[in-house]
Design a protein around this ligand. Sequence first.
Ligand code: IPD
Ligand code: CA
Ligand code: CA
Length: 262
Amino acid sequence: MKDVLVFKELAIEAAHQVGNLLRENFRQGHRFELKSSFRDLVTEFDRRAEEIIVSLIRKHFPEHSILTEEGSVDPTDRAPYQWIIDPIDGTANFAHGFPFFAVSIALYYQDEALLGVVYNPVHDELFVGEAGGGAQLNGQTLRVSQVETLHESLVMTGFPYDERLVPKHLTWWERFARKTQSLRRLGSSALALAYVAAGRADGYWELDLKPWDMAAGVLLVREAGGRVTDLEGNKLDLNRGEVLASNGKVHNAMLQVLQGRA
Ligand code: IPD
Ligand code: CA
Ligand code: CA
């Protein structure tokens, strides 16, 4: 396996290039198109951002495979190294001028996370996680919070695009609204995970996600000392689309709420 440093430098360079594009074009009156539903948006900047990242990777590591949200590459082309990219996570926020969105770039080796980079260009916050090497925000080491109970917790989630999942999600929303100190819907799963890693939130759950929404963020949480599972407490599977991430201390309490046992 090659030195992760080379990959890390490339991912950070890509995040900064895309960050410049997004910062310059933020709040410039974007037109958007719809994808799977009226909530699922894409802008020209999602596509342009993806092109920047993909061409950088292709130039330096043509043998690697790439999985992207906007589908500019062949997802069936599998190599041991796989980049998993969301060029803008939080497109609805970007399109509305709400400053919580991020570029999310992850590198996996034989399905294990090696590297995760999440960059919010508006706040100039660069979150970087490296397997076994910890997680940093703008160079400062990150640790998850020390909060031990849901009554003291700020917890985050997101709402599924799939209408059929909304009732189940609203049940969870109500349960967490009653049991936690604060409940948030941020609009970017990559940033929600980064915020758990940074100790700004104590837990986060969501379902109906895609691998690129969480591939980088889950590594940040693990490397900051947190815990990541699926909604039953089992090993995370990026392809199943559900995630529970926490500081570890409130994980079981969150699982109990999700399972209706508390
Ligand atoms: C979305 C965001 C949002 C989550 C959605 C995702 P996108 O990603 O991460 O927080 O609730 O499920 O699809 O479409 O802005 O890249
Ligand atoms: Ca996304
Ligand atoms: Ca996206």
